[in-house]
Ligand binder design. Structure first.
Ligand code: CP
Length: 303
């Protein structure tokens, strides 16, 4: 098993398949109350989040604790980072404190790799800048797999701020590797340079993006982008790019609706869609628990 999980781009199809299999086993153990609650006894996990998080940090903490590991959450606001300690020095300090695995979120792309290259502990990237958020993509893929039992031939439509989204990047790499077709759609100012070199199509209209989609994924519009002039107003964004009841009519009748959260209700996605029958947003969160438990067990217990 790999020392660190830094991205999806460099995972092999077999590695992704293995993670899906282990996540499904873990989900069965959770649902059937047959978890090995001592699987990670004696293992020390640290969550080191330089950015805010609800889902990712909590599910990693739960994942470790449910499997018997010791989990320590470092609050950056109260840590020696505030005294100027560097990322590498923080990592080496955690090594000296017998840490087996660090889960890191950081605003800088590449921070997780920098840490992994300089510490003994294993590292999981919980989101680094605009680069990747691999465990989010793995839980998204797992959610789609549980619904369709396959990836090949599925159409995944991703809407919103692709440019700044590490979730979009990880999902484009992941779903396309597994044989699904990925289409992205958003304001041209919110598409990244080099999108034509990524394994996805760029749609020119909502209908074009939605057409034949099996899964429709909204992304959080980072409202601070509006201040930078990347789109004129929330109401115009909503009119042309939001996932709405009207827009989704072009998708397949049973298409599922996904969002990594947190969601801006009635901005990138309307409330009736978020809370509607197609929505699997809460399933994504629960599945994230199983995926992260599987990963911790694979990386720390050699399962
Ligand atoms: N999807 C996601 O990363 O959510 P959090 O920021 O709450 O962890």
């Amino acid at each position: 098993m790999f020392k660190s999980l830094l991205d999806i781009q460099n995972l092999s199809v077999d590695e992704i398949r293995l993670i899906m299999t282990k996540a499904e086993e873990m989900k069965k153990d959770i649902d059937g109350d047959t978890l090995d609650v001592a699987a990670l006894r004696g293992k020390n996990i640290v969550t080191l989040f330089y950015e805010n998080s609800t889902r990712t940090r909590t599910s990693f903490e739960n994942a470790g604790k449910f499997l018997g590991a010791n989990v320590t959450n470092i609050s950056i606001a109260n840590s020696s980072v505030q005294k100027g300690e560097s990322l590498i020095d923080t990592g080496k300090t955690l090594d000296a404190l017998s840490t087996h695995l660090i889960v890191i979120r950081h605003s800088a792309s590449g921070a997780a790799k920098l840490l992994s290259d300089n510490v003994e502990a294993k590292v999981i990237n919980a989101g680094d800048g605009m680069h990747e958020h691999p465990t989010q993509a793995l839980l998204d893929m797992f959610t789609v797999l549980l619904h369709y039992r396959k990836f090949e031939g599925l159409k995944i439509a991703i809407f919103g701020d692709i440019k700044h989204s590490r979730v979009a990047r990880s999902n484009i790499w992941g779903f396309s590797k597994m044989g699904a077709e990925v289409t992205v759609y958003g304001p041209s100012t919110l598409l990244p340079d080099g999108i034509d070199k990524m394994p996805c199509k760029v749609a020119r209209s909502v209908q074009d993006a939605m057409k034949g989609a099996d899964a429709v994924m909204g992304l959080r519009i980072q409202l601070e982008r509006q201040q930078k002039g990347l789109f004129p107003s929330i109401s115009e964004y909503k009119k042309y790019f939001a996932v709405t009841d009207a827009a989704i009519k072009s998708a397949k009748p049973n298409a599922i609706v996904m969002h990594p959260g947190p969601v801006n209700r009635n901005v990138e996605m309307t409330s009736d869609i978020i809370d509607g029958a197609r929505s699997v947003i809460n399933e994504q969160v629960s599945n994230g628990q199983a995926v992260r438990m599987a990963l911790l067990k694979m990386m720390l217990a050699g399962a």
